[in-house]
Design a protein around this ligand. Structure first.
Ligand SMILES: [Zn+2]
Length: 256
Protein backbone atom coordinates (compact mmCIF):
# COMPACT_ATOMS: atom_id res chain seq x y z
CA UNK A 1 0.00 0.00 0.00
CA UNK A 2 1.29 3.43 -0.87
CA UNK A 3 2.56 5.35 2.14
CA UNK A 4 3.30 8.66 0.45
CA UNK A 5 1.04 10.79 -1.70
CA UNK A 6 1.88 11.02 -5.38
CA UNK A 7 3.75 14.26 -5.62
CA UNK A 8 6.55 15.83 -7.48
CA UNK A 9 9.76 15.22 -5.60
CA UNK A 10 13.00 17.09 -5.62
CA UNK A 11 15.44 15.55 -8.06
CA UNK A 12 19.13 15.34 -7.36
CA UNK A 13 19.69 16.87 -10.77
CA UNK A 14 17.99 17.06 -14.13
CA UNK A 15 18.14 14.05 -16.40
CA UNK A 16 18.83 14.08 -20.07
CA UNK A 17 16.51 11.94 -22.16
CA UNK A 18 17.38 8.30 -21.55
CA UNK A 19 18.44 6.48 -24.64
CA UNK A 20 17.30 2.94 -25.11
CA UNK A 21 20.04 0.46 -24.30
CA UNK A 22 21.37 -0.68 -27.71
CA UNK A 23 21.77 -4.28 -26.54
CA UNK A 24 18.21 -4.55 -25.23
CA UNK A 25 17.03 -3.06 -28.55
CA UNK A 26 19.17 -5.53 -30.51
CA UNK A 27 17.90 -8.47 -28.46
CA UNK A 28 14.32 -7.41 -29.23
CA UNK A 29 14.95 -6.75 -32.93
CA UNK A 30 16.59 -10.10 -33.60
CA UNK A 31 13.93 -12.16 -31.88
CA UNK A 32 11.62 -14.37 -33.89
CA UNK A 33 8.37 -13.54 -32.16
CA UNK A 34 6.56 -16.59 -33.46
CA UNK A 35 8.83 -18.75 -31.29
CA UNK A 36 7.98 -16.87 -28.09
CA UNK A 37 4.25 -17.45 -27.86
CA UNK A 38 3.90 -21.20 -27.95
CA UNK A 39 2.57 -23.55 -25.27
CA UNK A 40 1.90 -22.46 -21.68
CA UNK A 41 3.92 -23.60 -18.67
CA UNK A 42 3.24 -23.01 -14.98
CA UNK A 43 5.44 -21.45 -12.32
CA UNK A 44 4.50 -22.00 -8.68
CA UNK A 45 5.67 -19.26 -6.35
CA UNK A 46 5.78 -19.86 -2.59
CA UNK A 47 4.82 -19.27 0.15
CA UNK A 48 1.28 -18.71 -1.14
CA UNK A 49 1.85 -21.28 -3.91
CA UNK A 50 0.54 -18.77 -6.38
CA UNK A 51 0.48 -20.12 -9.95
CA UNK A 52 1.56 -18.12 -12.98
CA UNK A 53 0.90 -19.36 -16.50
CA UNK A 54 3.48 -18.15 -18.99
CA UNK A 55 4.40 -18.90 -22.58
CA UNK A 56 7.30 -21.35 -22.52
CA UNK A 57 9.09 -19.74 -25.47
CA UNK A 58 8.96 -16.32 -23.82
CA UNK A 59 10.29 -17.32 -20.39
CA UNK A 60 12.96 -19.59 -21.91
CA UNK A 61 14.07 -16.84 -24.27
CA UNK A 62 14.87 -14.45 -21.44
CA UNK A 63 15.95 -16.71 -18.57
CA UNK A 64 18.85 -19.12 -18.58
CA UNK A 65 17.42 -20.83 -15.49
CA UNK A 66 13.99 -21.52 -17.00
CA UNK A 67 15.60 -22.48 -20.33
CA UNK A 68 17.52 -25.16 -18.47
CA UNK A 69 14.45 -26.31 -16.54
CA UNK A 70 12.03 -26.54 -19.46
CA UNK A 71 14.40 -27.50 -22.27
CA UNK A 72 17.19 -29.32 -20.49
CA UNK A 73 15.55 -32.74 -20.43
CA UNK A 74 14.60 -32.58 -16.74
CA UNK A 75 11.25 -33.66 -15.29
CA UNK A 76 10.02 -30.05 -15.61
CA UNK A 77 10.17 -30.43 -19.41
CA UNK A 78 7.50 -33.12 -19.11
CA UNK A 79 5.41 -31.72 -16.27
CA UNK A 80 5.58 -28.13 -17.62
CA UNK A 81 5.74 -26.98 -13.99
CA UNK A 82 8.54 -25.29 -12.06
CA UNK A 83 8.22 -24.70 -8.32
CA UNK A 84 10.42 -21.86 -7.14
CA UNK A 85 12.36 -22.00 -3.89
CA UNK A 86 10.63 -20.74 -0.76
CA UNK A 87 12.93 -17.73 -0.47
CA UNK A 88 11.96 -16.28 -3.86
CA UNK A 89 10.14 -13.01 -3.23
CA UNK A 90 6.71 -13.22 -4.87
CA UNK A 91 6.77 -9.50 -5.68
CA UNK A 92 10.01 -10.05 -7.57
CA UNK A 93 8.44 -12.83 -9.60
CA UNK A 94 5.32 -10.74 -10.20
CA UNK A 95 7.61 -7.99 -11.55
CA UNK A 96 9.36 -10.46 -13.86
CA UNK A 97 6.01 -11.77 -15.11
CA UNK A 98 4.78 -8.25 -15.84
CA UNK A 99 8.08 -7.33 -17.51
CA UNK A 100 7.92 -10.38 -19.80
CA UNK A 101 4.60 -9.28 -21.25
CA UNK A 102 4.79 -5.47 -21.02
CA UNK A 103 8.47 -4.50 -20.70
CA UNK A 104 7.62 -2.75 -17.39
CA UNK A 105 8.30 -4.06 -13.90
CA UNK A 106 5.17 -2.58 -12.28
CA UNK A 107 2.36 -0.10 -12.79
CA UNK A 108 3.01 3.63 -13.20
CA UNK A 109 1.02 4.46 -10.09
CA UNK A 110 3.26 2.30 -7.91
CA UNK A 111 6.35 3.82 -9.52
CA UNK A 112 5.30 7.25 -8.32
CA UNK A 113 3.70 6.53 -4.98
CA UNK A 114 6.02 3.98 -3.36
CA UNK A 115 8.16 5.59 -0.70
CA UNK A 116 11.94 5.32 -1.02
CA UNK A 117 12.61 2.46 1.39
CA UNK A 118 9.93 0.20 -0.06
CA UNK A 119 11.08 1.08 -3.55
CA UNK A 120 14.70 0.18 -2.76
CA UNK A 121 13.74 -3.11 -1.15
CA UNK A 122 11.59 -4.07 -4.14
CA UNK A 123 14.28 -3.18 -6.68
CA UNK A 124 17.04 -5.00 -4.79
CA UNK A 125 14.98 -8.17 -4.35
CA UNK A 126 13.98 -8.03 -7.99
CA UNK A 127 17.55 -7.59 -9.16
CA UNK A 128 18.69 -10.54 -7.00
CA UNK A 129 15.90 -12.68 -8.47
CA UNK A 130 17.08 -11.74 -11.98
CA UNK A 131 20.66 -12.60 -11.09
CA UNK A 132 19.77 -15.99 -9.61
CA UNK A 133 17.67 -16.91 -12.64
CA UNK A 134 19.97 -15.61 -15.41
CA UNK A 135 17.79 -12.83 -16.86
CA UNK A 136 20.21 -10.11 -18.07
CA UNK A 137 17.79 -7.76 -19.86
CA UNK A 138 15.47 -7.83 -16.84
CA UNK A 139 18.39 -6.90 -14.57
CA UNK A 140 19.37 -4.11 -16.97
CA UNK A 141 15.83 -2.73 -16.78
CA UNK A 142 16.06 -2.77 -12.97
CA UNK A 143 19.43 -0.98 -12.98
CA UNK A 144 17.79 1.78 -15.05
CA UNK A 145 14.84 1.91 -12.64
CA UNK A 146 17.20 2.14 -9.66
CA UNK A 147 19.00 5.01 -11.27
CA UNK A 148 15.79 7.02 -11.77
CA UNK A 149 14.46 5.96 -8.37
CA UNK A 150 17.59 7.21 -6.57
CA UNK A 151 17.28 10.46 -8.49
CA UNK A 152 13.56 10.91 -7.81
CA UNK A 153 13.64 9.92 -4.17
CA UNK A 154 17.16 11.10 -3.29
CA UNK A 155 17.72 7.93 -1.30
CA UNK A 156 20.68 5.57 -1.20
CA UNK A 157 19.70 2.03 -0.20
CA UNK A 158 22.24 1.53 2.57
CA UNK A 159 20.21 -1.09 4.44
CA UNK A 160 20.04 -3.41 1.43
CA UNK A 161 23.73 -3.44 0.48
CA UNK A 162 24.44 -6.39 2.76
CA UNK A 163 21.69 -8.47 1.15
CA UNK A 164 23.03 -7.68 -2.33
CA UNK A 165 26.53 -8.81 -1.38
CA UNK A 166 25.18 -12.02 0.14
CA UNK A 167 23.39 -12.94 -3.07
CA UNK A 168 25.74 -11.77 -5.84
CA UNK A 169 29.34 -12.41 -6.78
CA UNK A 170 32.45 -10.31 -7.26
CA UNK A 171 32.25 -7.93 -10.22
CA UNK A 172 28.43 -7.77 -10.16
CA UNK A 173 27.10 -4.70 -12.00
CA UNK A 174 24.92 -3.40 -9.17
CA UNK A 175 27.78 -3.74 -6.71
CA UNK A 176 29.91 -1.60 -9.03
CA UNK A 177 27.07 0.91 -9.35
CA UNK A 178 26.82 1.31 -5.56
CA UNK A 179 30.58 1.69 -5.10
CA UNK A 180 30.58 4.35 -7.83
CA UNK A 181 27.64 6.18 -6.20
CA UNK A 182 29.56 6.43 -2.93
CA UNK A 183 32.76 7.35 -4.72
CA UNK A 184 30.98 10.10 -6.64
CA UNK A 185 29.65 11.78 -3.49
CA UNK A 186 31.50 14.66 -1.91
CA UNK A 187 32.80 14.20 1.63
CA UNK A 188 29.90 16.09 3.20
CA UNK A 189 27.28 14.16 1.20
CA UNK A 190 28.89 10.84 2.04
CA UNK A 191 29.35 11.40 5.75
CA UNK A 192 25.63 11.24 6.49
CA UNK A 193 25.62 7.60 5.31
CA UNK A 194 28.33 6.66 7.81
CA UNK A 195 26.74 7.33 11.19
CA UNK A 196 27.59 4.75 13.92
CA UNK A 197 24.12 3.20 13.56
CA UNK A 198 24.86 2.41 9.89
CA UNK A 199 27.98 0.44 10.70
CA UNK A 200 26.37 -2.99 10.45
CA UNK A 201 24.82 -2.28 7.06
CA UNK A 202 28.13 -2.32 5.19
CA UNK A 203 29.67 -5.66 4.26
CA UNK A 204 33.43 -5.88 4.41
CA UNK A 205 33.71 -6.54 0.67
CA UNK A 206 31.81 -3.34 -0.12
CA UNK A 207 34.03 -1.27 2.21
CA UNK A 208 37.12 -2.81 0.65
CA UNK A 209 35.98 -2.05 -2.90
CA UNK A 210 35.02 1.50 -1.93
CA UNK A 211 38.33 2.12 -0.13
CA UNK A 212 40.22 0.87 -3.17
CA UNK A 213 38.19 3.09 -5.51
CA UNK A 214 38.78 6.15 -3.30
CA UNK A 215 42.51 5.49 -2.96
CA UNK A 216 42.83 5.18 -6.72
CA UNK A 217 40.86 8.37 -7.21
CA UNK A 218 43.72 10.82 -7.61
CA UNK A 219 43.08 14.26 -9.15
CA UNK A 220 44.74 13.25 -12.41
CA UNK A 221 42.34 10.39 -12.94
CA UNK A 222 38.81 10.90 -14.06
CA UNK A 223 36.11 9.64 -11.70
CA UNK A 224 33.47 7.42 -13.27
CA UNK A 225 31.15 10.39 -12.77
CA UNK A 226 30.28 12.96 -10.12
CA UNK A 227 26.96 13.72 -8.46
CA UNK A 228 26.47 16.90 -10.43
CA UNK A 229 26.70 14.87 -13.64
CA UNK A 230 24.41 12.18 -12.35
CA UNK A 231 21.61 13.18 -14.67
CA UNK A 232 23.82 12.44 -17.67
CA UNK A 233 24.94 9.02 -16.50
CA UNK A 234 24.83 6.32 -19.15
CA UNK A 235 23.50 3.32 -17.25
CA UNK A 236 24.85 0.96 -19.93
CA UNK A 237 28.03 1.19 -17.85
CA UNK A 238 26.23 -1.10 -15.37
CA UNK A 239 24.41 -3.40 -17.80
CA UNK A 240 25.09 -7.00 -18.71
CA UNK A 241 25.12 -6.76 -22.51
CA UNK A 242 24.42 -10.35 -23.35
CA UNK A 243 23.33 -11.43 -26.82
CA UNK A 244 20.27 -13.39 -25.74
CA UNK A 245 19.46 -14.76 -29.18
CA UNK A 246 22.94 -16.29 -29.43
CA UNK A 247 22.56 -17.80 -25.94
CA UNK A 248 19.17 -19.30 -26.84
CA UNK A 249 20.53 -20.79 -30.07
CA UNK A 250 23.51 -22.33 -28.29
CA UNK A 251 21.44 -23.84 -25.44
CA UNK A 252 20.73 -27.59 -25.29
CA UNK A 253 17.32 -28.38 -26.75
CA UNK A 254 17.34 -25.13 -28.73
CA UNK A 255 15.53 -26.70 -31.64
CA UNK A 256 12.53 -27.54 -29.41
ZN1 LIG B 1 22.89 -1.15 -21.96
Amino acid sequence: MATEPAQKRKRLCETTTKKICPMIAKNRENTQFATLFDELVTIEVSPEKKLFQIHKGLICHHSEYFRGAFKGGFKESESKLVTLKEEVDHLAFQAFYQWLYTGKIRDDEDEISWEASRDCQFLFNTYIFGDAHGIPDFQNTIVDRMYTSFMDKSAIPVTYIKNLYEHTTKGDNLRRFLVDIFQSMSQCEAVEFFSPSDQDHYPQEFLFELSKALLEDDPGRERPWTMKDWGKLDTCRYHNHKDINAAVTAAPGAEG
